[in-house]
Structure formats: structure tokens, C-alpha cells
Design a protein around this ligand. Sequence first.
Ligand code: AMP
Length: 290
Amino acid sequence: MKTASALRELRDLRNTLKGTLGLVPTMGYLHEGHLSLVRRSKAECDHTAASIFVNPTQFGPSEDLSRYPRDMPRDLALLEAEGVDLVWTPTPDVVYPPDFQTWITVEKVSQPLEGAHRQGHFRGVATVVAKLFNAFTPDRAYFGQKDAQQVVVIRQMARDLNFPLEIVVCPTVREDDGLALSSRNAYLKPDERKAATVLYRALICAQEAFEAGERDAGRLRAIMSSTIAAEPLAREDYVSVAGPETLAELDSVERGALFSIAVRIGATRLIDNFLLETSNSKSQTFNGDE
Ligand code: AMP
């Protein structure tokens, strides 16, 4: 496995890779969710690359940038064990040199949900992902359904800016009790870790109500809210029942809808979502060059 921190070095190493390249962008502190993306890329591409970069521009001023968990030696060992070919570990000044002043704003789909609660978050995400696409020129890029809105924003950006690559979305990997794996789970104290299953429980309650025939989005949101309210350590940021592409809130719900929630457990903010299965929901890829 080759690693690079300078951009020139990365480009030189990338140019030695012939055949198709899959890219897995990450902020490190890797877990099985990240590794599931790596494995999917390994299965579908001739070569697999990853980036480890805690992107400062997607954190708000009151967010957890300085305490975001990091363990570069462990991350590199995990990627090497998976057979990754190339890893980029830039420092912030490599990605954002002095006098950096070009930003990518994806408009409508960045506004609700996470965008409404994390000012500037998706501007940082879209900008860094565009830079990663330019640096690696991958044939496919792998993202987790865990960050559902991020997928929508990046698809829109890839389409609007004609990035010639395929966006592949991989299912959310969960702990046995349903908690979605996240680097931020490391912040949770033992009682908070137990309470954190409330996100999954709320989503399951809403899904069960839908399967039992409930089609009123307001009532489905209320079911999620009351599940969260019943957990003493949890505080709701938002619950949403929205269209999977526009992310606009729905009045009445059909298959394919996106249920998503953001909850604070103590000082830790967690998100999760379910995409209600449709009969043709297998088509989870998008080619940005179409
Ligand atoms: P992050 O390091 O949190 O920026 O995540 C890097 C990539 O891994 C993103 O595409 C995430 O959506 C994805 N990811 C994070 N957690 C999970 C999970 N539990 N299951 C699947 N993918 C995940």
C-alpha cells in the first residue's frame, strides 16, 4: 500500500495504477462501516484508494473538529489489511493552501435537515469531495447511506459539474443492537451508548407504523419524536419524512421515502436514517457523466 500526503506525490502514485479505480473518502478513525465501502470497491474495481482527512471546512465553529477522534497508524494498518492500493493523508494546508477562495455550493438539497442545523456543512463537504475527485480521478466513488443527505448532495454536484464517475451508495452497517457505526460513537459514555439505540428504535417504530398502513407523514414524525422524548438522555434535533431525491418534507408517504433523524445524546450529536424499500430500490448507483 502506497501513502502520500503531498498532492504531487498522490498524482504520481495514482498515475501508476492502470485499470479502474474506486475511491473511498473518509475522515478516519475507521470502523466496519468504512471497511464495507473498501470491500465493495475491492469487489468492483481493479484498484482501491482511500483518503483520510478530517475536513475542517465541514465543521461549524461550535462543532467537534478539535476533538474529532483520530488514529492514523491504526487506520493505515486496517486499510493495508484490506488490500487498499493507495491512501492520501493530506494536512489541511495541502487541501486549503493560503488564499484558497473557491467553494462549491449545492443549493436546494443542501438546505434542509443537516444543512439547516449545520451552517456551511455541505459547502465544506461538496468542496472537499470535488477536490478528492480531481485529485484521484476515480472511476467510482463509494459513500455510505448512513449519511443520506451527503449522498444526495454529492450526486447533485457530480451531475451538475459533469464528474465522469459513478457514485456507489453502500448500506448502513450497524451494531447488533441497531446503532449505526460512527466514529462519533467513541464519544459515548456507557449509559449514553445504551441510550443511543433510540435512533434505531425510533426509525423502526416509524417503519412498523408505515408497514401497518400509516401514510400520514406528520403522524410518522410524531412517532419518532415520542420515541426520542421517552429516552431521558436523548434530545431531538430533527425528525424528517422526506422525498429521497428532493429531501422536501412529505405530507403523505409512499415507499421510497427517507426517514431521517438527528439526536443529541449528552454532548454527542448522532444521525441515522431508513430509506423505505421499494421493489426496484436496487438501483443505488448514479453515473455523474450521464
Ligand atoms: P466519515 O469518515 O464519517 O466521513 O465517513 C466516510 C464514509 O463512510 C461516508 O461515505 C460515510 O457515509 C460512510 N459511513 C460512515 N458510517 C457508516 C456506516 N455505519 N455504514 C456504512 N457507511 C458508513
